[in-house]
Design a protein around this ligand. Structure first.
Ligand SMILES: Cc1ncc(COP(=O)(O)O)c(C=O)c1O
Length: 400
């Protein structure tokens, strides 16, 4: 073998999807195909899934949204949650893509583009920010925005087909708070006269494990491709669909070097943590005690022995030295550490847990972010505010 190859088993993806659909019924499954269907090839994945009866596809941006639409044909619904500007709105309307809207100003833009075209209302899914602080309407602004959406709906500019949010899936407690916020938002939307047909909140982890999070629709990405959560248990009937094959170019003691890039290829943060199946010299190496990552292609090779991979990496100590030094106070204010992110960070002795307010965390091993670096946007550097007050109140309500 001379070059690295990713072998994708489409039948396996369909089998994973079937397992998930059966598990969440009567809720429906949206197949998330962002980033070229998590690197599995969006056209082939979408065409096969549409032929197998998948009704919803979820694309992060307009580029993936239009590719999903082209591959899916006219029947299935395509939802894109990060579109930007009027050109993309127009492109989405041309391709019958439903738009995630997490901002009052953007709602006006969508309505303006649809009105100018004059053919049909834009289908929108309004997003409530339930604590992740990623592109969502703040709870305090929600009543005003849904009232405005109802006006725009009456004028024929938009049709609100969904209310949605995205949760951190970092702990049951924070997810419960987010769910309470979400359900309150759905009630407020209905009280404003909107009749959303789908409510969607959960992605893979919560959709799989927690029935009360499924609502009408679950946006499944990782699990459809057989990628389990970092530190997550194996999942019944869910098997990885991709196998990475790359030549082993050097064997050195109990490590090997594989001919695969560390920027576009295997993330360098996985160095020393990935097991590699090699066909030769089984006597030279004891099996690795490390937990194999989802990328492990061991079973694909005959007489394979698992070797820790030595993809070129900077050591943790070198990485730490390169980070700008910060005062203890600013480090305390800006580091991210939810309960699970601090667990994940045990792989990096340099990562120190901070106050447990930020929900940012490495969610899946395939993303390669196994350590927890300081939060670049200083999520915790927010003064006590009405938002925190509201969250405390909600927390008390959920406990009660
Ligand atoms: C808004 C949204 N929904 C769903 C997903 C799918 O998440 P998962 O891969 O955990 O299923 C993602 C992935 O990042 C997302 O951003």
């Amino acid at each position: 073998m001379s070059a690295a190859r990713l072998r994708v088993d489409l039948a396996r993806i369909l089998a994973d999807i079937d397992t998930l659909r059966a598990r969440i019924a009567p809720a429906r499954l949206m197949l998330v195909v962002k980033n070229d269907a998590y690197g599995h090839g969006i056209e082939r994945v979408v065409a096969a899934a549409a032929a197998a009866g998948v009704e919803w596809f979820g694309a992060f941006d307009i580029r993936m949204g239009t590719r999903a639409r082209a591959a899916a044909g006219d029947g299935p619904r395509v939802f894109s949650w990060v579109t930007v500007g009027r050109d993309e709105i127009a492109t989405a309307l041309d391709a019958a893509i439903e738009l995630g809207v997490g901002d009052a100003g953007y709602l006006e833009e969508v309505a303006a583009v649809a009105t100018a075209r004059g053919d049909r209302p834009a289908l929108v899914h309004l997003k409530i920010d339930t604590g992740l602080h990623r592109n969502g309407i703040r709870p305090e602004d929600w009543p005003t925005v849904v009232a405005r959406a109802a006006e725009l709906e009456a004028a024929g500019a938009v049709h609100v087909v969904g209310v949605w949010s995205h949760i951190a899936e970092t702990s049951e407690e924070t997810d419960d708070l987010a769910r309470a916020e979400f359900l309150a938002a759905v009630d407020a939307a209905r009280a404003a006269g909107l009749r959303p047909e789908v409510r969607h909140l959960a992605a893979s982890a919560a959709g799989y494990a927690r029935p009360e999070f499924r609502n009408d629709l679950v946006r499944f990405g990782a699990f459809c491709y057989g990628i389990r959560s970092t530190d997550g248990a194996d999942l019944d009937g869910i098997v990885p669909a991709a196998t990475l094959l790359a030549p082993v170019t050097r064997v050195d003691g109990d490590t090997v070097q594989v001919a695969y890039g560390s920027l576009d290829g295997l993330p360098s943060t996985l160095g020393g943590r990935v097991s590699v199946g090699t066909p030769g010299a089984p006597a030279r190496c004891a099996p690795s005690a490390r937990r194999p990552s989802p990328w492990t292609p061991g079973p694909a090779l005959p007489s394979a022995t698992r070797w820790p991979c030595s993809a070129p990496v900077r050591s943790a100590s070198r990485r730490r030295r390169r980070w700008p030094r910060r005062s203890a106070r600013s480090a305390r204010r800006s580091s991210c550490a939810s309960p699970r992110s601090s667990r994940a960070s045990t792989s990096d002795p340099g990562a120190r847990p901070g106050p447990a307010l930020c929900r940012r965390r490495p969610r899946h091993a395939h993303r390669g972010r196994l350590a927890t670096p300081p939060c670049p946007v200083g999520h915790d550097a927010v003064p006590a505010s009405s938002r925190q007050h509201r969250r405390r109140t909600l927390r008390a309500a959920v406990r009660g």
